[in-house]
Design a protein around this ligand. Sequence first.
Ligand SMILES: Cc1cc2nc3c(=O)[nH]c(=O)nc-3n(C[C@H](O)[C@H](O)[C@H](O)COP(=O)(O)OP(=O)(O)OC[C@H]3O[C@@H](n4cnc5c(N)ncnc54)[C@H](O)[C@@H]3O)c2cc1C
Length: 237
Amino acid sequence: MSFDLIIIGAGFAGLTTANRAAELGLKPLVLEASREELYPCNSRYSTGSCHVAFRPPWTEPAELTKAIIENVDGAAREDLAIAIGDNAARTIDWLKAQGAAFEDHPRRTDHMPMLSPLREMKAGLDWEGGGANALLHKLGQQLIERGGELRRGSRAQKLMLDDGKITGVEVITDQGAQTLSANAVVIADGGFQANPEYVQRHIGCDISQLQRRNAGTGVGDGMRMATGIGAAAVGLE
Ligand SMILES: Cc1cc2nc3c(=O)[nH]c(=O)nc-3n(C[C@H](O)[C@H](O)[C@H](O)COP(=O)(O)OP(=O)(O)OC[C@H]3O[C@@H](n4cnc5c(N)ncnc54)[C@H](O)[C@@H]3O)c2cc1C
């Protein structure tokens, strides 16, 4: 079975990529490792505050880019910081067009947008009635309406490579391993913050002192798969 695009991970990054690809006429498949309908991911647990380096997205793009670079002491890649600055306001408009609802941040006076319904600013797993959960649901539904596909219980485990070109993904499901081909693959697996070995290796902090604040689903599969076919990890210092 062949797809225009396979996306690994059904959080905001993956579902946004898939919906935009479908809008542009491609046939995307999203693979999600968890089986549950309300599969856990960092996006679902998010408070939904939409800022760029703590500035509202419709701030002057050059100011956003400068703020990103200054906030990370110059470690940001300039082309990416410019892309985020230039596209921040447009991203919120696009999300609104997908049905995302926003309210002003309750504790700020600059109209910083937050996904609606708002969650209380307190610790706890009260995500079910929150705007982030509602938006994930909408993006998943719209993907299907646009002719895309979302497969839960499908954990990508290997990138297929032929003559230096990615040709697809090996995926593990309840039925066993399967190879799916695609013209392109996007890794949107949420990173590696739930993988103590990777956190120790790449961030270098004492993991015994860390409290984890995440969904536990970002276990570094994307990084493992990419480095497994020869990609270099850069900028992790
Ligand atoms: C409590 C909390 C509050 C937050 N509040 C905010 C906020 O107010 N504002 C803000 O901007 N950010 C906030 N964040 C951060 C934000 O939620 C994340 O940065 C964002 O949601 C990450 O989205 P993602 O799509 O990259 O990853 P995720 O949402 O984590 O999605 C990745 C998906 O990939 C799947 N996956 C992993 N490996 C595989 C594999 N091998 N095969 C298939 N699927 C795989 C996972 O199961 C998961 O569903 C918050 C985060 C948390 C935890």
